[in-house]
Design a protein around this ligand. Structure first.
Ligand code: ZN
Length: 387
């Protein structure tokens, strides 16, 4: 019997979809009567991967069989909109309201996160959306329950380079706040929406737990910064620190005989957002550890710091490539919920280039932006020596 022939439906389907050979794809999906359950599961996976055309074709085949399912309605409404078939678009939309309403809340979130969020940018890029944005809103409004009231799915301005930062996904922070993330395809900066879930007091606290690991890390940083100051800077001059450690690093540098001031990073961020360049005392070097992921406006903070020094030393873990989904990378720190900015190597290059800075790095987490002509090899060598 045909159904018992040895072939793997999903393996074949995804292979043909990826090969972009429409002819073979159609032949395969129309050639046999594949099970409805398999086809629905395939549509869900295709939508999750942003493969709208193939999902749309499967949706239309199931529609001919008289099937009704939310996954199909999505494929038809999204496919109809993107490929300019208003009849299929309406077919999909017609059933969507009732199907969304029938979902329990947790299933609505799942459908939204898995199948709708990955398509939002494709919807906005469709020519139909450019002529009539209301057509995109008609679809997205069904998922209002999965986002915050008044949430805007359109692109934002990138805080690093000013290009378009597109809506990318929602992640669940601290087990209860659903927060939107926007990604800039130009500089690869990833930022959250405005941090409504962080209260002012909590921001001000910023005290990390003093663990044995943290102590070792502070000791290494102190050793490295001491080396840097003694060899490449004026070790007698005053430095400025805005690390997120309640002033511990600055205190330990003072105990080691260096001149260090400390200011809470949130105070620095607030001052930077008021656009103040903050004249006054000049500093030999600025250190800013564990803090760049907490700055919602990294460009403005950097400008403010550079108005008073010519070098900023900092650490930041770099985003993996390709961009991981929320559950795929622990660097998002969803449980902690304090991190609002994420950087790729290209983001740091863009930040440095726009300000004519040299970017020195140990190839990992540690970076120095500086106007001075310093040797990258010396920097790297010292970083390696203390770690
Ligand atoms: Zn950008």
């Amino acid at each position: 019997m045909e159904e018992n022939e040895p072939y793997d439906f999903f393996e074949t389907l995804f292979r043909l979809d990826a090969s972009d050979d429409m002819h073979e794809f159609l032949e395969f999906v129309q050639g046999r009567r594949h099970s409805t359950a398999d086809m629905l599961a395939a549509i869900a996976q295709l939508l999750a991967r942003g493969r709208v055309r193939s999902a749309y074709i499967l949706g239309m085949l199931l529609e001919k069989r008289g099937q009704r399912n939310i996954v199909m309605s999505l494929a038809l409404s999204v496919g109809g909109l993107i490929f300019g078939n208003t009849i299929e678009e309406e077919n999909g939309l017609q059933h969507l309201s009732a199907q969304v309403e029938a979902l329990p809340p947790e299933r609505l979130l799942e459908v939204y996160d898995r199948m709708v969020a990955p398509l939002v940018n494709q919807l906005w890029a469709a020519s139909a959306a450019k002529q009539d944005p209301e057509r995109v809103w008609r679809l997205l409004r069904h998922f209002q329950g999965a986002v915050r009231e008044g949430f805007d799915w359109t692109a934002q301005v990138c805080k690093v380079c000013g290009s378009k930062a597109e809506y990318w996904f929602h992640a669940l922070l601290r087990d209860r706040h659903r927060v939107a993330y926007y990604w800039c395809t130009q500089c690869e900066y990833l930022g959250t929406e405005a941090s409504y879930w962080l209260s002012g007091e909590e921001e001000a606290a910023g005290e990390p737990l003093v663990t044995a690991t943290a102590r070792r890390q502070w000791a290494r940083r102190r050793a490295f910064v001491s080396l840097l100051l003694l060899n490449l800077y004026d070790a007698q001059a005053t430095c400025f620190d805005c690390s997120a450690d309640g002033g511990r690093f600055a205190r330990s540098m003072r105990e080691a005989g260096f001149q260090f001031r400390h200011q809470n990073p949130q105070a620095v961020a607030r001052a930077a957002e008021k656009r103040g360049k903050g004249g006054g005392e000049l500093f030999e070097l600025v250190t800013a550890f564990d803090v760049w992921q907490q700055f919602a406006e990294p460009g403005k903070v950097l400008d403010r710091l550079l108005a008073r020094c010519d070098g900023v030393l900092f650490n930041v873990p770099l985003l993996p490539d390709p961009l991981p989904k929320p559950e795929e990378w622990e660097g998002y720190d969803l449980a902690g919920g304090r991190q609002v900015s994420f950087y790729a190597p290209r983001t740091l290059r863009r930040l440095a280039e726009r300000r004519q800075l040299n970017w020195l790095s140990n190839g990992d987490e540690l970076h120095l932006f500086t106007r001075r002509e310093l040797s990258g090899e010396v920097f790297e060598g010292m970083a390696r020596w203390v770690t």
